[in-house]
Design a binder for this molecule. Structure first.
Ligand SMILES: Nc1ncnc2c1ncn2[C@@H]1O[C@H](COP(=O)(O)OP(=O)(O)O)[C@@H](O)[C@H]1O
Ligand SMILES: N[C@@H](CCC(=O)OP(=O)(O)O)C(=O)O
Length: 374
């Protein structure tokens, strides 16, 4: 079970900053407000932590730039506001991170990008590459193209799916309250902070209310839901006070700040169960004896070097069976290369993928997290 003591060992964080924090009463972005967060994130980086930032605020900044006092009702006006405001948002982050010598990258995602397996894998590879290069990705929803059906709707959900995507060690949702209280503190002065809870605690559904500022979307309801999504990849969530002093540093030191939502341990098991029961196996990889042994005895990922034959037509991200030379199924998993690519790299070391394919996406043909032994 993850506890506060384990937080100092976490190395990959997704930090989400909500609109309620970024704008003063709908007056648009304030750089002076952004600087302390950027400094805190840069400090985490200096402490050896990778940071992916999910930031809201495009609509609020767009409204301010257009001189609109009220949040527009029509989807197209909202999309237009987001398009105008996103320019200011990324520019402000770029300027602030530059002072700390860090590069930033704008990443705009829709729900479709994360539900389509191939695009999911591509987004994952790009984010991993940016992190390896030391760049801070600044993510927001691609509001301009997202239709109602395709929207995440709130950036808490987006941040959780990003945490799943990059297998983050921690999701930090910075908001305008000190954390999750046993009642909405705006209407209940006696409300008490919940320092820690299991993410599936039904009590959270009772206490978490919506948003009342008209700037943010979702309130605590979406934060609890997001924590449950993040827990699917075993990621704990901390809902923390964005206006607090040295909040990220204190979290990193294991201090009790905000509300820690602890993931259930079954997350990994559930994923493997889903894989084992998946009926639509698209192809087969015939493994040599060494690879069978490594999978069974050491629980390693499957490398192309241990594959003798590739059978069937499959795409990257589909389920394939791993069989031994007698045809007996050993394992099943989500493959990182399509059947044509797999045929070309079979029996080869990942050091040669670049030369053979012209690129290297993943070193493993199937990562051990996406592999279940049968
Ligand atoms: N149990 C609760 N504890 C704390 N805040 C709550 C609770 N229930 C509802 N809220 C509301 O959630 C709001 C934060 O969510 P939201 O406005 O969506 O902000 P953000 O922009 O950070 O996502 C708070 O201002 C608060 O009024
Ligand atoms: N993509 C939108 C995000 C809206 C949103 O989720 O806001 P919030 O609840 O404040 O995180 C924007 O940038 O305005």
């Amino acid at each position: 079970m993850i506890s506060r003591d384990a937080i100092p060992r976490t190395r990959r964080w997704v930090v989400k900053i909500g609109s309620a924090l970024l704008t003063r009463d709908g007056q648009g972005l304030e750089r002076s407000m952004l600087t302390p967060w950027v400094d805190q994130m840069a400090d985490r980086r200096d402490a050896g932590c990778e940071i992916v930032l999910v930031s809201s605020g495009a609509v609020a900044e767009g409204m301010a730039r257009m001189g609109w006092r009220r949040r527009p009702k029509s989807l197209h006006e909202l999309q237009a506001a987001a398009a105008v405001g996103q320019m200011g948002l990324v520019r402000a982050y770029e300027d602030c991170f530059k002072i700390r010598g860090l590069h930033t990258a704008q990443v705009l995602l829709t729900r479709d990008d994360l539900s389509n397996r191939q695009r999911y894998l591509n987004a994952r590879s790009t984010l991993r590459t940016l992190l390896k290069l030391g760049v801070v990705p600044v993510i927001n929803e691609n509001d301009t193209v997202a239709t109602d059906e395709l929207r995440f709707g709130d950036n808490d959900t987006l941040a959780a799916l990003v945490a799943n995507l990059i297998e983050a060690d921690l999701l930090v949702l910075l908001t305008d309250q000190d954390g999750i209280f046993d009642a909405d503190p705006r209407g209940n002065p006696n409300a008490r902070l919940i320092p820690e809870a299991w993410v599936d605690d039904p009590q959270l559904d009772v206490v978490a209310g919506g948003s009342v500022t008209g700037l943010g979307t979702g309130g605590m309801v979406t934060k609890v839901r997001a924590a449950r999504l993040a827990a699917r990849s075993g990621t704990p969530t901390i809902v923390a006070p964005g206006r607090g002093d040295r909040v990220l540093a204190r979290i990193g030191e294991g201090e009790s700040v905000g509300t820690l939502l602890i993931p259930f341990q079954e997350a990994q098991a559930a994923r493997k169960q889903w894989l084992a029961g998946h009926l639509r196996v698209r192809g087969r990889l015939v493994l040599d004896a060494g690879a069978v042994k490594a999978l069974r005895e050491k629980g390693t990922s499957l490398l192309a070097v241990g594959v003798k034959q590739v059978q069937g037509n499959f795409n990257r991200g589909e389920v394939v069976a791993c069989v031994d030379e007698s045809g007996a199924e050993v394992a099943r998993g989500l493959v990182n290369y399509d059947s044509q690519e797999a045929s070309r790299i079979k029996g080869r070391s990942s050091l040669r993928f670049d030369e053979i394919l012209g690129y290297l996406d993943d070193e493993e043909l199937i990562h051990r997290d996406n592999l279940v032994l049968l």
